[in-house]
Write a protein that binds this ligand. Structure first.
Ligand code: B12
Length: 293
């Protein structure tokens, strides 16, 4: 045990940050609460995160309160259009509240929404709102992590309730993965889930999967389709590599791609066989490519 002074801001902030980085339960919520309710405790000027390699310096102490205000306004505007229980679920993802989210989802189901409606109409818009706030630098990584975890918990809970189509004669095999260097898997998991529910045989290799591994499994399993997900402009480049290597190795599998940054024109550019913008249309895309009804 360390002997420490709990009234020392730097020490408490460091302990909370360490908990967050170590993945301690609820650490993100505690960190967010601390830095948003006591912004003055952050006295060091830090560099904000950017992906273009440039540094932008700001003073978080002065920005945080303003950001908090903006975030609250955005939340209330978005929530006005939703029913009370849907609002609560939306809000739980937005605030990264993992503890109560399942009981809140249960209430929305009790109101008559189907499990896929909860995903499509409330959970996905909520995580997109988290992404928007992160984009505008109103939210930072801890909020992003909490929001994603709250969303994942709800999807894990809803998964067994989603309708499954009886399609047992269908033997189409799909190998799905998020490409190397990319750890985003919420969207990929939804696509995987939806394809399974429509009776396809889906082999999900997970996230950050090396190109060689994807191609090796596709070969071993005689995959009809390789489905690739990427959420970042940097990692979507790996899709091009998969397509090129698959052609080089003479693989017969068709390659489909998706993920927030991916577009139809990128699909054409890299010579992939199909693109779709969401999980539902991924099913239609596979059916079209495999000529099944
Ligand atoms: C949640 C999230 C995270 C979570 C991911 C948790 C998880 N388990 O997935 C965490 C916090 C871990 C995370 C980390 C990072 N993230 Co992030 N993240 C997001 C966020 C907010 C939402 C992504 C999401 O889940 N969306 C909801 C799902 C349902 O949508 P989707 O993935 O697009 O999937 C749908 C469709 O695209 C399609 N689809 C998806 N895959 C496939 C595949 C096929 C074959 C098909 C047909 C269709 C399809 O169907 C899906 C369902 O409808 C986005 C912002 C955004 N709005 O996209 C940023 C975002 C993707 N992240 C970003 C960044 C920068 C990062 C980090 C680098 C941050 C950092 N500094 O560390 C790290 C990445 C580390 C790494 N090496 O991968 C950037 C990427 C910027 C860019 N243009 O390159 C974004 C866009 C945020 C931003 N605006 O800056 N992130």
């Amino acid at each position: 045990m360390a002997i420490a002074n709990p009234s020392q801001d730097l020490l408490v902030n460091s302990a909370l940050a360490a908990d967050l980085l170590l993945g301690v339960e609820d650490a993100a919520e505690r960190y967010i609460e601390r830095v948003t309710t006591r912004p003055s405790t952050i006295s060091v000027t830090t560099s904000s995160r950017r992906n273009d390699g440039k540094q932008s310096v700001q003073n978080p102490a002065s920005d945080k309160t303003e950001q908090g205000k903006i975030a609250n306004e955005i939340v209330s505007i978005t929530l006005e259009q939703k029913s009370e229980n849907k609002q609560a679920v939306f809000n739980a993802v937005l605030k990264g509240n993992k503890k109560n989210i399942i009981s809140l989802v249960e209430k929305v189901l009790a109101d008559g929404s189907s499990p896929d409606q909860v995903i499509e109409e409330t959970l996905i818009p909520a995580i997109n709102e988290v992404g928007r706030l992160y984009d505008q630098q109103i939210y930072f990584l801890p909020q992003l992590i909490s929001g994603a975890e709250a969303m994942k918990r709800s999807i894990d809970y809803l998964e067994p309730m989603l309708k499954k189509e009886d399609n047992s004669k269908n033997k189409i095999t799909i190998v799905i993965a998020t490409v190397a260097g990319d750890i985003h898997d919420i969207g990929k998991n939804l696509v995987s889930l939806m394809l399974k529910n429509y009776g396809f045989r889906v082999i999900d290799l997970g996230k950050d999967v090396a190109t060689e591994k994807i191609l090796q499994v596709a070969k071993e399993e005689n995959a009809d389709i390789i489905a690739l997900s990427a959420l970042m402009t940097t990692t979507m480049m790996e899709m091009k590599n998969v397509v090129a290597k698959a052609k080089e190795q003479g693989l017969k599998s068709k390659i489909i791609i998706g993920g927030a940054v991916v577009t139809e024109s990128y699909c054409e550019e890299i010579g992939a066989d199909g693109y779709s913008e969401d999980a539902q249309s991924a099913v239609a895309l596979v059916r079209r490519l495999m000529e099944v009804s």
